[in-house]
Design a protein around this ligand. Structure first.
Ligand code: PLP
Length: 398
């Protein structure tokens, strides 16, 4: 054919989220943007903190073109990695070294690099993900030559079920990917759950005489609404790699900036880090955007206005449950996971669409019968969408 069929498949079949996003743009052109309620994409509406623009202005004033826009080291600027390592040390008490930090283009690149660094080609290795999960994991794992194995949650709470995890680990298990706060459910897994999960990984690593790695996908770490803590997984499990991103925490998704941090307590941390560097090299993810590296180094303590997301969460969760929908109450991220009253996610998606409400059917996220509402939109948009949600509830006889 002259080109890679697997890649053609990925390129020609857009993800359902992108599909809906494109539909929303088309529909907005037809009936006006204000009449379409697009809750499909996790694109933050809350502006980046003032510190970000200040840092950009200061850097432009202070530095010459080469130091702003030139290549950095492949693994990222040494000063930037030092600043991140210090921040991890201060915030989480982990003895992080800049030599275990690799700067990347967001969490997507971080995950692709980690998986490529860990999975052996042709060895039929498996990576466990916890349902519900971010659907792109499948693309990243398979591209690295691995197979996805889905661990099912507790039915009622959607909390990870450590016994289910244990039953799915075998001699081919290379890694598990954990995402808390979670996309698409908004759940923040409890410390008890995470301790139980790490206990299983420790036991199974000992049983097989090699590490089963924990890849912590953390773009939503800073977006939590209650006083629940999001434990730092390196403090619970030594074979952890953290994939961090500033896409949501600083509202910078288009700037493509994040990092990988390898746990210093990992037995072969230096070697695993070199495998990360090699995977970054082989995938062409070297020298993450230079200006953005320097910007985030100056903004490590800056915060977006999480309160705005909390207001959306409260309004949407309270209104939808009041009109009879069964929803998971999100403690973090900016997604509301809603159960279809008929059990059919696609039916709810289609019926919502008829009211110009664009939500994402989530059967591909590993649990069936739910849709996801991304409420990282203007508060006024949530308010204006409520009558349509009430109509929808009436249609279902709720
Ligand atoms: N992981 C999860 C769970 C996400 O929701 C996203 C983006 O929405 C990503 C990774 C990718 O994030 P980034 O923009 O940092 O590549």
């Amino acid at each position: 054919m002259g080109y890679n069929q697997k890649m053609y498949g990925l390129g020609s079949r857009r993800s359902i989220i992108r599909e809906i996003f494109e539909y929303s743009k088309m529909r907005a052109a037809e009936i006006g943007m204000e009449n379409v309620f697009d809750f499909s994409l996790g694109n933050p509406s809350v502006p980046a903190p003032a510190e970000v623009n200040e840092a950009i202005r200061d850097l432009l004033a202070e530095k010459d073109s080469v130091s702003l826009h030139g290549y950095t080291s492949a693994q990222g600027d040494a000063g930037v990695r030092e600043a991140i390592a210090n921040s991890i040390r201060m915030r989480f008490g982990v003895e992080m070294s800049p030599n275990l930090i690799y700067m990347t283009c967001g969490a997507a690149a971080s995950l692709s690099i980690c998986l490529r660094a860990l999975i052996e080609e042709g060895a039929d290795e498996e990576c466990i993900v916890f349902a519900p999960f971010f659907t792109e994991y499948r693309v990243f794992v398979e591209n690295a030559g691995g197979h996805v194995v889905v661990s099912q949650p507790n039915d009622k709470t959607l909390e990870i079920d450590p016994r289910d995890l244990e039953s799915r680990i075998n001699e081919r298990t290379k890694a598990v990917i954990l995402n808390s706060p979670n996309n698409p459910s908004g759940k923040v897994y409890t410390e008890d759950t995470l301790r139980a999960l790490c206990k299983v990984l420790t036991k199974k690593s000992a049983e097989y005489g090699r590490p089963i790695y924990l890849i912590a996908d953390e773009p939503y770490r800073e977006l939590v609404y209650t006083d629940v803590t999001v434990p730092y997984l390196m403090n619970l499990y030594q074979n952890t790699l953290v994939c961090y991103s500033f896409s949501k925490s600083l509202s910078l998704p288009g700037e493509r900036i994040g990092y990988i941090a390898v746990c210093p307590d990992m037995a072969a941390s230096a070697e695993v880090y070199l495998a990360v560097c090699g995977a970054g090299r082989s995938l062409g993810y070297v020298c993450a955007p230079s200006l953005m590296q320097q910007v985030i180094a100056r903004c490590l303590d800056a915060k977006v206005n999480v309160e705005a997301y909390r207001e959306n969460r409260d309004l949407l969760y309270n209104s939808l449950t009041a009109c009879g929908f069964d929803c998971v109450k999100p403690d973090g991220a900016f997604y509301l996971f809603v159960k279809s009253p008929s059990g059919d996610a696609y039916e709810l998606y289609e019926r919502a669409k008829a009211h110009e409400l664009l939500v994402v059917p989530c059967d591909d996220f590993g649990v069936t019968g739910f849709v996801r509402i991304a409420y990282c939109v203007d508060h006024a948009r949530v308010e204006r969408a409520l009558p349509a949600f009430r109509e929808l509830a009436k249609e279902y006889g709720l």
